[in-house]
Design a protein around this ligand. Structure first.
Ligand SMILES: Nc1ncnc2c1ncn2[C@@H]1O[C@H](COP(=O)(O)OP(=O)(O)OP(=O)(O)O)[C@@H](O)[C@H]1O
Ligand SMILES: [Mg+2]
Length: 264
């Protein structure tokens, strides 16, 4: 069941937390899982539980200037208009750059596409998009993409290969506004299935307000994750989310989400 799930939402809503938990849980079910960190400040490796010594060699692909030059034929930053390969070879990169973590979850750090002027056809964005396309079209495993709200990594053609976009929201007007704009972008890109999960829910009132807003927006709510400050504690201590103590309620909620998201 190759399945490609993009996870997006406003900054700080819990995207990385949710991806890390879903990945570890699915891997424990015996599924081959790859998670892709496409965030400007990568934190997925810690959240999944990659040991520090392995994290040191996990530089974001967007910062590997020599590799970008090798594959595209152009040094990043050498100006617009240069001739570079629009279709660089990337098939080997997911294998060689990803690092295996606990439960055999593979983590790949992509980094962010710099937003240049006019749509930016710079070598690094070409390479990053190619890697994303490769992941979507050719990898035969479950892939979770921890993404920014702008969805810059998804090309128009390949976004259709995303099986589902999971939008994480928290109780708060801004996260719901961001969800609405992600929904518009995702619809533009013709992503098939758009679903939401509410996170950090601390009371029945919050649950009701967020559910009502999602319904109003026409976003199916696939689950609800309670607020649990042990997650913050684990985050502060650099403990992997799955290995955090005192988060059984969160795990139960994410497990229910997993069952709905990954129908086998
Ligand atoms: N259910 C929850 N209850 C309490 N705290 C939570 C919950 N989910 C996530 N958090 C905390 O919120 C903070 C942000 O979470 P996380 O890093 O997963 O969000 P994010 O959306 O990936 O953020 P960013 O946009 O910065 O990448 C972390 O400290 C995390 O531990
Ligand atoms: Mg994050």
């Amino acid at each position: 069941m190759p399945l490609k799930i993009a996870v997006s939402g406003k900054g700080g809503v819990g995207k990385t937390t949710v991806v890390a938990l879903l990945a570890r849980m699915l891997a424990r079910d015996g599924v081959k899982v790859l998670v892709v960190d496409a965030d400007p400040s990568p934190s997925l490796a810690v959240a999944v539980g990659i040991p520090r010594k392995d994290r040191e060699r996990m530089k974001p692909l967007s910062t590997m200037l020599d590799l970008i030059e090798e594959r595209t034929g152009v040094k990043p930053g050498s100006g617009y208009g240069g001739m570079f390969k629009m279709n660089p070879e990337v098939g080997d990169l997911t294998e060689s750059l990803s690092v295996e973590g606990p439960d055999k979850v593979e983590v790949l750090v992509l980094g962010t596409i710099q937003k240049g002027g006019n749509g930016c056809y710079c070598p690094e964005s070409t390479l990053l998009r190619r890697v994303m396309d490769h992941l979507l079209l050719e990898e035969d495993e479950v892939v979770f993409m921890d993404m920014e709200a702008g969805l810059e990594h998804l090309g128009r053609g390949t976004a259709r290969s995303v099986d589902a976009m999971l939008i994480v929201v928290e109780p708060g007007a801004r996260s719901l506004e961001t969800a609405a704009s992600i929904k518009r972008l995702a619809e533009d890109l013709k992503i098939k299935k758009l679903v939401a999960v509410s996170n950090k829910i601390a009371s029945p009132e919050e649950s009701q307000v967020v559910s009502a807003k999602l319904r109003e927006m026409g976003l199916e709510q696939l689950g609800e994750i309670p607020r649990n400050d042990n997650l913050v504690k684990a985050d502060l201590e650099g403990v992997a989310v799955f290995d955090a103590k005192g988060i059984d309620d969160v795990k139960a909620a994410v497990s229910a989400l997993k069952a709905k998201l990954v129908v086998r």
